[in-house]
Design a protein around this ligand. Structure first.
Ligand code: BEZ
Length: 212
């Protein structure tokens, strides 16, 4: 099992899922991917997370992001659980859940943390770019459900900063002012960012969202 770090190539795999056998790279195509793991089927926090993810699918689609979830139970169990998720969360689970009974994908992505639990996956999130590089890794304990607004926010930041020489400040939300990359001198920044550059300190320069 290898430790995955930001910038590494995301390991590819072919796995059984609630929607049949899928290859990860084929599934995400030339867009973005989110791979996220759950401790087990028929557990309460996971039920709310998968229902929430399903409700956010339109927002992920707009950003060309495909979701794939993972739990260490089998596909038949996933499909029974999905019925409960749809019923209790008032949605339709519309993305595949990997049936990782042999822990192949969990091991590949280091999703089992034996000091937390030696059999169940923790709540890991990997965001993968169109270049198949890992752009974000988050690890939550089983007792804390994830914030899907945060995942959308990170996607917005990653997609913006992939195309413009900017970074996004604390608590930034789509459309708000951004930070000019430290590598650009202020006189050059003023030519690139035609909406204006505010120099608060020589190392802290803000500019309106250059993508709009
Ligand atoms: C849950 O998803 O509710 C959960 C799973 C494992 C441990 C604690 C909570």
């Amino acid at each position: 099992m290898a430790t995955i770090r930001l910038g590494d190539t995301a390991p590819d795999f072919t796995a059984e899922t609630s929607q049949g056998t899928l290859n990860f790279y084929d599934y995400i195509g030339d867009g973005w991917g989110i791979l996220f793991s759950h401790p087990a089927d028929f557990t309460p926090v996971c039920t709310t997370e998968l229902g929430t993810a399903a409700k956010f699918k339109d927002e992920f689609d707009k950003r060309n992001v495909k979701m794939m979830a993972l739990s260490v139970d089998g596909a038949a169990s996933h499909n029974e659980w999905i019925k409960d998720i749809n019923e209790t969360q008032n949605t339709v689970v519309n993305f595949p859940i990997i049936a990782d009974e042999d822990r192949k994908v969990s091991d590949l992505y280091d999703m089992i943390h034996p000091n937390a639990d030696d059999t169940l996956t923790v709540r890991s999130v990997f965001i993968i770019g169109p270049d198949k590089k890992v752009k974000l890794i988050l690890t939550y304990p089983a007792s804390t459900g994830r914030n899907f607004y945060e995942l959308l926010r990170v996607i917005d930041s990653l997609q913006l900063t992939a195309h413009h020489k900017v970074a996004t400040p604390a608590n930034w939300k789509n459309g708000e002012k951004v930070v000019v990359s430290p590598s650009i001198p202020t006189n050059e920044a003023k030519k690139i960012f035609t909406k204006g550059v505010e120099e608060i300190k020589p190392y802290l320069r803000m500019t309106p969202d250059p993508s709009t």
